[in-house]
Design a binder for this molecule. Structure first.
Ligand SMILES: C[S@@+](CC[C@H](N)C(=O)[O-])C[C@H]1O[C@@H](n2cnc3c(N)ncnc32)[C@H](O)[C@@H]1O
Length: 221
């Protein structure tokens, strides 16, 4: 049920801004052609598919066997692996040039463990790019007022589920963490931050505030 819903959302193009951002950064760094890239929490595989189409050797990892079934139907050019991003236990150390993570850190109870497992599988100087829903504006404490503004009532770490039923976030929930926590944990894991961005949202029908926050880092130790 969730896998079908999620696949439909990706097909509708609503996840495109994260994919576009990650592809642009990799192009800028000349880190696509012939690079070994791990797509951590690849979901139904759209980003992995696009990376592979640009000449990268891609491994797509996800916990959900159902989403990986959608992914496998997309292409055989990607190596699809069912594994936990908090360990990446099936992936060898020091073997990837790049790891990308599109809107999945908000799904895991331990984002630091993801940073650490990614750090382990990257080669020296390897690149990690992650994008998350922007914690300042996309949170249980942030409500659109209907006139393009939002009211933000609080800004703390917590697990939350959206109201109602039948939607992805009312079923699975998400982990909300302040930006400083993500950035400090990324640095503490052994990454230097090359840049951070708040990509413009594609759908501005509710408001014009950034939907995503993203960071590019290099493994330094
Ligand atoms: C919001 S979806 C994003 C999927 C994909 N990266 C995209 O942008 O289309 C989050 C993904 O993280 C996966 N996920 C959640 N917890 C995970 C874990 N511990 N290990 C690996 N994948 C996980 C989910 O199965 C889901 O595919």
């Amino acid at each position: 049920m969730f896998a079908e819903q999620y696949n439909a959302m990706v097909v509708s193009g609503r996840s495109d801004s994260a994919y576009q951002y990650i592809l642009e950064q990799l192009e800028r760094l000349d880190a696509l052609q012939d690079k070994r890239i791990c797509d951590v929490g690849c979901g139904q595989g759209e980003l992995s598919y696009r990376l592979s189409g640009r000449g990268a050797h891609v491994t797509g990892v996800d916990l959900s066997g159902k989403l990986l079934e959608f992914a496998k139907r997309k292409t055989e050019a990607v190596t699809w692996i069912q594994d936990d991003a908090m360990t990446l236990s099936q992936l060898p150390s020091g073997s990837y040039d790049v790891a990308v993570s599109s809107v999945m850190l908000v799904d895991v109870p331990d984002h630091l463990a993801v940073f650490q497992s990614v750090h382990r599988i990257l080669k020296p100087d390897g690149i990690m790019i992650w994008a998350i829903t922007h914690p300042c504006f996309q949170s249980p404490f942030s409500s659109p007022l209907g006139d393009g503004a939002r009211i933000v009532k609080d800004y703390v770490e917590q697990f939350w589920k959206s109201e109602g039923s039948g939607t992805i976030r009312s079923t699975l929930g998400a982990y909300h963490r302040p930006l400083a926590q993500y950035l400090n944990d990324f640095i503490a894991t052994g990454f230097s931050i090359l840049r951070v961005d708040e990509p413009a949202r594609l759908d501005t029908s509710v408001d014009n505030l950034p939907l995503l926050f993203a960071a590019v880092g290099r493994k330094i130790s």
